[in-house]
Design a protein around this ligand. Structure first.
Ligand code: CP
Length: 305
């Protein structure tokens, strides 16, 4: 495995190997400390990020890698340099991995064609298309609560059309065998590409929540709405916001997930986000273990005895 571009193009064996490694790292991170000494990760981000960028940086540091952060807003991208030229220049300096976040769907595909054999590209989120490390950390979190997902129902709800998490989460849930996958969104925010065989689609949030074991809430992606009018926050919350009353429709013990950033009072209330069913902070912590595992798997790093 040279690159991590999306879930669809990653084998089940590689996905399982990364998740298994993340499990080992989570219980004994010291065994992996400094295993990547003198290797280099470049974080090349064309969009804002808190969780993904910092957790890649922390993951790399915990493995002993050196990290260079390049924000497009603070680089020669502002002088008109293309993504490919920027990438080729960074590659010429000899890093081992480049994690890229970019607003354009499929932007990383052009880079894999010009990547040298020893360089690993990691998709840190492209447009509304894919966010594979988020899907991996979501699966890791789900399995910690439900070691056997085959009998469990997972609902993904909110602005599915504009979120890069939708397709990656559906892909990993299908590939690694969730019992039932449900999608729920207002019709104008439904993700047509994610509506595939074996996925149940709902346009009524209360009906979609009936008996689910996990619900993943997604925010309205205002930065990707384009010509579409932004939904009214109050009205949206009335119909599509997750409240404690609505959560009571789910299975007892249903966990609440959110990739962040949250819009409190819109897609989720604070009482739910900070409540006993919420595993949102746990997702963030697991993101470090999973990104350590992604780097260690790609770089074939040794485990300390
Ligand atoms: N979940 C996620 O990608 O968050 P950031 O945009 O803060 O990285």
């Amino acid at each position: 495995m040279q690159h991590l571009i999306d879930i669809d193009s990653t084998s089940v064996n590689d996905l399982e190997a990364i998740l298994s490694l993340a499990g080992h790292i989570a219980v004994a991170p010291e065994r992996f400390q400094d295993s990547g000494r003198d290797r280099v990760l470049v974080n090349l981000f064309y969009e804002p990020s808190t969780r993904t960028r910092v957790s890649f940086e922390l993951a790399a540091m915990r493995l002993g890698l050196r990290v260079i952060n390049v924000a497009a807003s603070d680089s020669s991208v502002r002088k008109g340099e293309t993504l490919e030229d920027t990438f080729l220049s960074l590659q010429a300096m000899g890093p081992d991995c480049i994690a890229v976040r970019h607003p354009t769907n499929g932007a990383l595909a052009e880079l894999t064609g010009v990547a040298e054999p020893g360089l690993h590209i990691i998709n840190a989120g492209d447009g509304s298309r894919a966010h594979p490390t988020q899907a991996l950390l979501d699966m890791f979190t789900l399995r910690r609560h439900y070691p056997d997902l085959s009998g469990r129902t997972v609902l993904v709800a909110g602005d599915l059309h504009h979120s890069r998490v939708t397709s990656s989460d559906v892909a990993i849930l299908k590939k690694l065998g969730a019992g039932e996958i449900r999608l729920c969104a207002p019709s104008e925010l439904m993700a047509a590409s994610a509506v595939t065989d074996g996925v149940r689609v709902f346009d009524d949030f209360d009906a979609a929540l009936e008996g689910v074991d996990a619900v993943m809430m997604l925010r309205i992606q205002h930065e990707r709405l384009g010509a579409m009018d932004a939904p009214d926050g109050e009205d949206y919350h009335q119909h599509w916001g997750l409240t404690n009353d609505r959560l009571a429709l789910a299975a007892p013990g249903c966990i609440v997930m959110h990739p962040g950033p949250m819009n409190r009072g819109v897609e989720i209330t604070s009482e739910v986000a900070d409540g006993p069913r919420s595993v949102i902070r746990e997702q963030v912590t697991n993101g470090v273990w999973v990104r350590m595992a992604v780097l260690a798997h790609l770089l074939k790093l040794p485990t300390n005895p």
